[in-house]
Design a protein around this ligand. Structure first.
Ligand code: ACM
Ligand code: ZN
Length: 665
């Protein structure tokens, strides 16, 4: 054989090996499983495919039916679900056979050309295995309409998967704006697609009471309705108007049971929230006796934040006990959320009864009165066999002994160190009512803030300051959809996704497999799934999400030098922006003395202040103004910096909201 034919032969051989691998598109699973091994070949769904469930428990059969129901619309295949032995061409759902280490939510999934086997210890794991199988098929599988011309194949893989955290949550505020049970179910469907397992239902607040309580019918007959939509919103942005034109709505107890059953079939636990002692305007408008003033305070509306329960009256607690009795009878989960956030203390300061309580109980102040209130409610909740959970502020004046904390403005480390369980939902990463884009002229009006997708994806639920032995107290993470400025369900979805997909990966996937670039490569396929499944979302804008540029050790010097980056792709709109120099790693940091923007090479904006980007950053956001951009304009960012204490620093330049001007004294 001459060298030429040897070369040809080895090239062909190489191709033969490389081709099957090349032919298989990358998997686009969201959230990314713990372990994935690609195999050779693919499994094909056909009219002969059977879903075989073993053993045939009620739960396993229901999961088989769920899978069949999701495979049917797009393919037109009505796959039978039943018992039987493993057979070629079948999808096997096996319960109780998987490794014990997979825990209650883990699963193994093996796809070979001959068979699919999903196995799990517990039904939840089997369910998640079925969800992963759906994602292995072409995204068209999520279409509600028949799709032709698609090969219904799943690539051969071996997956072993289980969640990092047991609380993978999403909260929906249905008080500020009301969403129907059909809409809530739609959100539960979208959650199931992301293996999110906890729906926190914010059912009561100042602006509306949404859960029927049989003992107190006026809570919903009157307290679920207000004069208008409020919050300065267009009345047409919602359809939640009663026959008399008032705005609102509520769920009957039958509605709630129906939603709970729907959630259970998707392995989602619902945590109801009944707000107290503050955010109680809707209930106290109906029962003013339980407020400190003891008298009606006018119509419900967007501005109501009027009242807290009187902590000095014993009948307040009897009243709440009656309400919670009905709530607990409906919701089977372990946790009962009692709110506890943002309790104004003015009423308590002025109230004779509250002051008498402070004296009688030997409390120091109104913060301790808040703690007294929560402890007393905790004993009611515990007596009903449930665990109380509340927002950060339930720590005020001392945390109730068995309570779990939902951290939105801190307290996780202190709570966990004190032996309390904690759910992480900080405003910094988990407030899905905050803006997700910087150009507010194209974003729907939001409450404020800036929580882009990348920020959510970068969230680490375990606080760095927590001692390793206390990490077990971090139950997981949750995204919060407060709806003051969100009146339609389409808008809810726009705020929820894809940030909810990022959060799902934060809460499910091992830290080691989380990778932003990889996530953004999987995301377009995932967004196609959502689109076909009828789930709304915000389109991905990588130019905005990704850093504008980075600096590396090789660019560092001990003297000031000017680095520059082409920022044209990310900036389209005139206005003031913040440019953050974000330190990423290295023993040293960088000292910065100015940043400037150049339009077609000519300086148009400059911020000259001294800053430092390092382990302890100082003033490292520069405010620069982008001018009107003529077509074809090139925009360059220049920064004058030098490394400080070495030359191993690396970092990123990120777009931020423009920093507010410093107040002059
Ligand atoms: C909250 O956002 N007030 C918990
Ligand atoms: Zn009082």
């Amino acid at each position: 054989m001459n060298t030429k034919s040897l070369f040809l032969k080895s090239a062909l051989l190489l191709l033969a090996y490389a081709l099957p691998a090349l032919a298989e598109p990358p998997l686009a699973l969201v959230p990314q499983p713990a372990k994935v091994e690609r195999g050779v070949g693919r499994f094909t769904l056909t009219a002969q495919t059977k879903i075989i469930v073993a053993p045939q428990t009620k739960d396993a059969l229901a999961i088989g039916e769920y899978l069949a129901a999701h495979l049917r619309p797009a393919t037109g295949l009505a796959l039978p679900v039943g018992g039987g032995n493993a057979a070629t061409g079948a999808i096997m759902l096996q319960l109780g056979s998987a490794s014990k280490e997979l825990g209650s939510e883990g699963y193994e999934l093996s796809v070979t050309p001959g068979m699919v086997i999903v196995s799990a210890q517990q039904p939840a794991g089997l369910f998640y295995g079925a969800v992963t199988l759906l994602q292995l098929l072409p995204p068209d599988i999520f279409s509600a309409q028949p799709v032709t011309g698609v090969a219904w194949v799943a690539p051969a893989v071996k997956i072993s998967d289980q969640p990092r955290f047991g609380w993978r949550g999403m909260m929906l505020d249905v008080s500020r704006h009301f969403f129907t049970k059909a809409e809530v179910k739609h959100l539960l469907d979208a959650m199931a697609l992301h293996k999110l397992n906890t729906f926190h239902w914010h059912l009561t607040d100042d602006q509306g009471w949404r859960i029927e309580i049989k003992k107190y019918p006026q809570l919903t007959s009157v307290g679920a309705w207000r004069k208008d939509i409020g919050f300065g919103l267009d009345p047409k942005s919602s359809t939640a108007y009663g026959p008399d034109g008032r705005y609102g709505g509520f769920y009957t107890q039958d509605d709630i049971r129906e939603v709970i059953a729907y959630a259970q079939a998707r392995y989602i636990t619902i945590v109801p929230e009944i707000e107290m002692p503050g955010h109680a305007g809707a209930i106290l408008s109906q029962f003013p006796d339980f407020s400190c003033a003891g008298k009606p305070f006018g119509e419900l509306g967007a501005g109501v934040h009027a009242s807290v329960y009187c902590a000095g009256r014993d009948d307040t607690f009897a009243f709440l006990d009656n309400i919670l009795t009905e709530v607990v009878a409906l919701f089977p989960g372990k946790y009962l959320h009692i709110g506890g956030d943002e309790v104004p203390k003015d009423n308590w300061k002025k109230c004779e009864k509250c002051q008498a309580r402070i004296k009688a109980e030997g409390l120091k102040n109104e913060h301790e009165l808040q703690s007294y209130f929560i402890r007393r409610v905790e004993s009611i909740v515990n007596a009903k066999g449930r665990t109380l959970i509340g927002w950060s502020e339930i720590r005020e004046g001392g945390l109730a002994p068995r309570a779990a904390l939902m951290d939105w403005i801190g307290g996780a480390v202190e709570g966990a160190n004190g032996g309390h369980d904690v759910v992480m939902s900080p405003t910094s990463h988990c407030y899905f009512d905050y803006y997700q884009g910087l150009d507010h002229s194209v974003e729907p009006r939001a409450i404020g803030g800036y929580v882009p997708l990348r920020k959510v994806y970068g969230f680490e639920p375990v606080p760095a300051k927590l001692q390793p032995e206390q990490r077990k107290h971090i139950l997981g993470a949750q995204g919060n959809l407060w709806t003051e400025y969100i009146a339609s369900f389409k808008h809810v979805e726009y705020m929820a996704f894809p940030r909810g997909a990022a959060l799902a990966e934060v809460a499910w996937s091992p830290e080691a497999v989380r990778n932003w670039d990889d996530f953004t490569q999987r995301l377009p396929v995932h967004l196609r799934r959502l689109e076909l499944a009828g789930v709304g979302f915000r389109r991905l804008s990588l130019a905005e999400e990704n850093p504008l540029g980075e600096w590396k050790p090789a660019q560092m010097a001990q003297e000031f030098k000017t680095l520059e980056w082409d920022v044209t792709p990310a900036l389209h709109k005139a206005g003031a922006y913040g440019f953050e120099l974000a330190y990423m790693k290295g023993a040293c940091g960088v000292a910065i003395r100015w940043a400037a923007l150049l339009l077609n090479g000519k300086e148009v904006s400059r911020d000259a202040h001294e800053a430092f980007a390092g382990a302890a950053s100082r003033q490292n956001v520069y405010k620069l103004t982008v001018p009107e951009l003529p077509a074809g304009a090139k925009l360059t960012l220049q920064v004058s910096l030098r490394s400080d204490g070495g030359t191993d620093s690396s970092g990123e330049i990120r777009l931020k909201p423009a920093p507010a001007a410093k107040k002059k004294k």
